[in-house]
Design a protein around this ligand. Structure first.
Ligand code: PLP
Length: 443
């Protein structure tokens, strides 16, 4: 075991506070009681659905210990079965909690697995959720197509104006749920101000009735924004995107206070959306340690591309939190801060092409994206984001196709809106392809 190691920096109580997050994201906690392999530099891929238990007594202890952190929190885990826990996921969870500045993390098979789990432990039949109107398409689908079956009411309002909370608030409200930046229109919600509003409401509520703030931080990644520091109760991520970073593995995570870890583990065990060990390993080994490096490059490109688009005569608007002209710029500047304190407006851009009316805007957007799909070397027509490759898509007909045309406006979506997720290519090459496509698409 690692405790036998006489290297000081490998000590469990070694103080790493003088190191930057860029370094810490590589080493994580450095030493973990989830780690059984004293001399590996990289964690081995642990791929075992079941674990040898030595004796019935040790097996019984393992089952008692599972999701019972109050009594057994400090013990090294006795691994039993992959769906309950195993080394790769547990190591990844420690490092994800660490990088979001949370007390604990529980991983799931996908981002949707994480969203349904956190809302699954916080809500029961009869409860209500307040959300921002603009959300990832499958999250809207979860709320519209499944929650009515459980009699969980979801109110979608514009949370960029916090007054709107009071228009739908009831005694049954249990959760305020949103994305910031929101997918795909890049709406920014002021987390600290929202926290103040919720605190005021919570003053008069018993502990079990307090409203919890849940943020989907997928677009920002913890490199650009750590909402728990602003008072959010839970952060969720799709690990499939910027944290995974290479487009090879799906995953999700819920990060928050320690007291919820057991419930999330039980939920995961029984609903079964378990992150597979090989994906946990890939995200732990490749994704998380390179997060800062990738994000810095992507933000640098995104900023230059957003500026280029903003000044292009064929473009009608550009939503990018780094542009001073963007309506949510000031809020973004306050809360999108990287590991070193710099403004970090992220790697996603939402924009639309001009046209004489909405139909022509949409048509021009489609022509442009089809031209890109056929001709651009550095841009790929595909959903997803936070990839090595720059991905472009049309939300209204792809990621957000669950939203009916007559609800697009209410959901903050533009019929012709284009979502651009910047990758790791040379900035000038992406710019060259965008310029060429904008100049050529209608010829
Ligand atoms: C992709 C995405 C999700 C869903 O994640 P999956 O890993 O695909 O399940 C949730 N929220 C946002 C903002 C996303 O972009």
């Amino acid at each position: 075991m690692s405790s036998k190691n006489n290297n000081k920096s490998k000590d469990t109580d070694f103080d790493n506070s003088k190191y930057s997050m860029d370094t810490k994201v590589i080493y994580g906690k450095n030493i973990s009681n989830k780690w059984d392999y004293a001399h590996h530099v990289t964690a081995p891929i642990s791929s075992s659905t079941t674990f040898r238990l030595d004796s019935v007594e040790r097996g019984a202890h393992g089952f008692m210990q599972f999701a019972n952190s109050k009594e057994f929190g400090d013990e090294s885990p006795i691994f039993i079965y992959d769906r309950l826990g195993e080394p790769n996921k547990d190591l990844l969870e420690e490092n994800l909690a660490f990088v979001e500045n949370g007390e604990m993390a529980v991983t799931f098979a996908t981002g949707m697995g994480a969203i349904s789990a956190v809302l699954g432990i916080l809500c029961k039949t009869g409860d209500e959720i307040i959300t921002h109107a603009t959300l990832y398409g499958c999250t809207i689908s979860l709320f519209n197509n499944w929650y009515p079956r459980y009699d969980i009411k979801v109110h979608a309002v514009d949370l960029t104006n916090l007054e709107n909370i009071h228009t739908v608030l009831t005694e049954k409200t249990k959760v305020v749920y949103f994305e910031s930046p929101a997918n795909p229109n890049m709406d920014i919600i002021d987390i600290q101000e929202l926290k103040k509003v919720v605190d005021e409401i919570n003053k008069n509520r018993t502990n079990e009735n307090k409203i919890q703030i849940v943020i989907d931080n997928t677009f920002a990644t913890p490199f650009c924004q750590r909402p728990l520091e602003f008072g959010a109760d839970f952060v969720i991520h799709s690990l499939t995107k910027g944290i995974g970073g290479f487009g090879t593995d799906m995953g999700g995570v819920v990060i928050g206070r320690k007291e919820y870890r057991d419930l999330l583990l039980l939920y995961r065990k029984d609903f079964g959306a378990v992150l597979n060990t090989k994906s946990a390993w890939a995200i732990l080994t490749y994704g998380l340690p390179t997060l800062g490096l990738r994000q810095r490059q992507q933000i640098d490109s995104a900023m230059k591309i957003a500026q280029f688009l903003e000044n292009h005569p064929k473009i009608s608007f550009v939503n990018y939190p780094g542009l001073e002209s963007y309506k949510h710029y000031e809020t973004a500047k306050k809360q999108m801060i990287d590991f070193n304190g710099n403004f970090a407006p992220g790697s996603l851009i939402y924009f639309a092409l001009k046209g004489k009316d909405a139909a022509e805007c949409k048509l021009n957007g489609s022509k442009f994206m089809n031209y890109v799909a056929d001709n651009a070397y550095t841009m790929t027509l595909a959903v997803s984001l936070g990839h090595t490759r720059t991905l472009i898509e049309h939300p209204a007909s792809m990621t957000h196709s669950v939203v009916p045309p007559d609800e697009l406006e209410k959901r903050g979506l533009d019929a012709g809106g284009v979502r651009l997720a910047i990758g790791l290519e040379s900035t000038n090459d992406i710019l060259m392809d965008i310029e060429d496509s904008l100049n050529s698409f209608d010829k």
